[in-house]
Design a binder for this molecule. Structure first.
Ligand code: PLP
Length: 390
């Protein structure tokens, strides 16, 4: 009863459809899409074909995934361990749980914590953290992301929280924590016996050495953090569905291993991800796979640069775009998020996402995404520049 209607995306779709109906001749450009548009890498497709063939032969057919490996097939677990090693993080296969994507685990992890825990959620952020904790009936407090802190809230002395959600690079602001900044959150969690749920769904967009690709790049994080990762934005798996969640064996609260608890929870309520999907995912972090997905990421980065360059030329403040496919711009002339949405739709035929849908602090901001085509992104920014220059 406390859940608000998921107004944001339905309202965007409704207003866009109404405008298109009234102006059928106008080609709308959608910089609102949060879904990927580049196809699966050839290495992934080949691995899935091979796995499908194996499933069609008696000698190589597989049923339920092996339970001893937490439902992850060994080749996939091995590539994940190696990908962490390249980030300077030593994990064991026992720390990794294969999932059908980060969204399910964002909600399901809630089963590990008691109902009277207090949950800290950044604002603005991916709305799933808030809604799943409203469903669980927990007390929720917010950490404000504002222009002053670059939309990267930091721990404060008077904060009291048992479970802390962090999202870096952040959806919707595109802001990404440095390792140094994460050190402060890890310090807070260790001091206060809190557990951090670190959503790294966009880690593959991070470049350079300063920003964190994983919270485990910070010392002590294995004792206080769970990390959620996804092949969705990294490798175009939004429709295929595969991710992985790291619950380190070092993470213990009140004498209980959270790794054991999560294994118990998953083996009760989940039956794993298909063999074909896991074999496709296992092709992502191979040399060939990384080269191929790198091309798609470079494509999206190119779009992000087109958007950032245009906003810089217009003198409009924004965050994101550098380590993220999201660009978070300030609405010009003090417009609120929905006024700017309508203004852009009606005068430029460009669709974005009103920032107010991501939390109280999102009011007055607007999210543009880099997941479209180069041509549409260029045309959209040309139209926006023409409109806003005047
Ligand atoms: N986490 C964040 C921050 C996201 O933005 C999204 C999807 O947009 C997800 C998780 C969900 O990812 P998946 O497709 O793996 O469920």
């Amino acid at each position: 009863m406390k859940l608000k209607n998921s107004y944001l995306f339905s309202a965007v779709a409704e207003r866009t459809a109404a405008y298109q109906k009234a102006h059928p001749e106008r080609r709308l450009l959608r910089l609102s899409i949060g879904d990927v548009t580049r196809p699966l890498a050839p290495a992934v497709v080949a691995a899935m074909r091979k796995a499908a063939d194996e499933m069609g032969r008696c000698e190589t057919f597989r049923g339920y995934a092996p339970s001893g490996t937490r439902m992850g097939y060994e080749p996939l677990l091995a590539t994940i361990v190696k990908s962490y090693a390249r980030k300077g993080v030593a994990l064991g296969e026992e720390d990794i749980f294969i999932s059908d994507g980060a969204k399910s685990d964002c909600g399901n992890l809630s089963d590990l914590f008691s109902a009277d825990n207090t949950v800290l959620i950044p604002d603005p952020v991916y709305p799933v953290y808030l809604d799943t904790n409203i469903m669980a009936g927990r007390r929720i407090v917010f950490a404000d992301g504002t222009e002053e802190n670059g939309f990267l809230p930091m721990p404060k002395r008077d904060m009291r929280a048992d479970v802390i959600y962090l999202c870096s690079p952040n959806n919707p602001t595109g802001a990404a924590y440095t390792k140094e900044e994460l050190r402060a959150w890890v310090g807070y969690a260790l001091e206060n016996d809190a557990v951090i749920l670190y959503d790294a769904a966009y880690e593959y967009f991070v470049s350079g050495e300063d920003r964190a690709r994983s919270i485990y790049q910070v010392e002590g994080a294995k004792e206080c953090a769970i990390e959620l990762c996804s092949y969705s934005k990294t490798a175009g798996f939004t429709g295929v569905r595969c991710g992985y969640t790291v619950v380190p064996r070092e993470l213990v609260r009140e004498g209980v291993s959270l790794n054991r608890l999560w294994e118990r929870r998953q083996s009760t309520k989940f039956n794993g991800v298909s063999y074909v999907t896991q074999m496709g995912a296992a092709a992502v972090f191979t040399e060939e796979g990384e080269r191929q997905i790198g091309e798609a990421i470079a494509y999206y980065r190119g779009n992000a640069k087109i958007i950032s360059d245009a906003l810089t030329r217009l003198g409009i403040p924004f965050t994101g775009g550098e380590h993220s496919p999201y660009i978070w711009m300030k609405c010009p002339c003090g417009m609120d998020s929905w006024t700017f949405f309508d203004y852009l739709l009606n005068n430029a035929g460009v669709v974005g996402t009103p920032g107010s849908g991501f939390g109280r602090n999102g009011e007055g901001y607007f999210r543009l995404t880099a997941f479209g085509t180069h041509e549409d992104t260029e045309e959209a920014m040309r139209r926006i520049a023409k409109l806003l220059e005047t």
